[in-house]
Design a protein. Structure first.
Length: 310
């Protein structure tokens, strides 16, 4: 079986990934658990938690041989084992340890190369030394704060920042669209940023009272980006978790980018159903943009953009 690329979907998101790969012209030869196997070269896949971009198949006669083959390629590996789990665990035990401790944010994603492997059959390894996620199987785990934030939504913002390896610095200005109840506002203020929290719904009172936070009780769509820039200058960060149709979110982002009213953007794109998934390509086509399904995302993708240097 020839495999030239493999794409790992988040649990329950195999269908959006398969649909996206079909749009990109990638053939799927089989599914191995949540891992889509393709005989075609790798293509961009926003719905993949992790894409295996250089897979090789390795016949192995024993657990020891499997471990030796992997170590001969590189040091760091993460196992994905939907089948033959016991045998995979025995192989993993013979490989160098890779720390999977949750990150204490603020912290950047790991930079060491991390390959992925699985057992297609008891005697057949599929291994890729090159992958698109620095986290094992794309799972970005953090030490959570269970007291400060009013929701767990801040985790997807942390994940986006960790992957960018950059986050708001003290004193930078952040717009938080769709801020209520305040999970992202809390996370931004905790970094020392000045936050303008925008939402028609009220913020959690403890978040609204933070000294770094200014609250605007209005819709994010009612703010004219050109007027905002004229009055306040460009925001260092525009962060948006607004619940809106993708078409409306796309118009919002384009308006802020075209007005030069934000230097960096992090935005979740909410999808109502399969019929809207193709709109993801319009977001990805914006120069300087990236799009991916984070481990902490649900039926949404996270859009990231930065203005060109200079």
């Amino acid at each position: 079986m020839e495999v030239r690329a493999a794409y790992l979907a988040a649990e329950g998101f195999e269908a959006p990934l398969a649909e996206e790969l079909a749009r990109r012209g990638a053939t799927l030869s089989a599914w191995h658990g949540r891992l889509a196997l393709s005989p075609d070269p790798p293509v961009p896949a926003a719905w993949a938690l992790n894409a295996w971009t250089a897979p090789v198949t390795l016949p192995v006669a024993s657990i020891g041989e499997a471990a030796r083959c992997l170590r001969a390629i590189q040091r760091n590996w993460a196992a994905y084992a939907p089948l033959h789990h016991r045998r995979a665990c025995l192989i993993a035990a013979r490989l160098p340890h890779v720390s999977a401790k949750p990150l204490v944010f603020p912290a950047a994603a790991p930079t060491a190369p991390l390959g992925s492997w699985t057992l297609i059959e008891p005697g057949l390894l599929l291994a890729s030394p090159a992958c698109t996620s620095p986290f094992p199987n794309g799972e970005a785990r953090f030490v959570e704060d269970r007291e400060g934030p009013p929701s767990r939504a801040y985790l997807k913002l942390w994940e986006a920042f960790a992957l960018l390896r950059r986050w708001p610095a003290p004193g930078e200005t952040c717009l938080d669209f769709g801020a209520a109840p305040g999970g992202w506002t809390w996370a931004l203020a905790r970094l020392g940023a000045r936050v303008v929290a925008v939402d028609k719904a009220p913020l959690d009172p403890a978040i609204a009272a933070l000294p770094e936070v200014t609250v605007l009780r209005q819709s994010a769509f009612a703010i004219d980006p050109a007027r905002w820039r004229a009055a306040h200058g460009a925001a260092d960060w525009l962060c948006s978790d607004v619940i809106a149709y993708p078409e409306r979110t796309l118009r919002l982002l384009r308006a802020w980018i075209e007005a030069g009213a934000a230097r960096r953007i992090i935005c979740t794109i909410k999808f109502q159903g399969a019929e809207s998934h193709a709109l993801a390509d319009d977001f990805a086509a914006i120069p300087g943009a990236s799009l991916r399904h984070l481990w902490h995302n649900r039926h949404e993708l996270t859009f990231a953009w930065a203005e060109p240097d200079g």
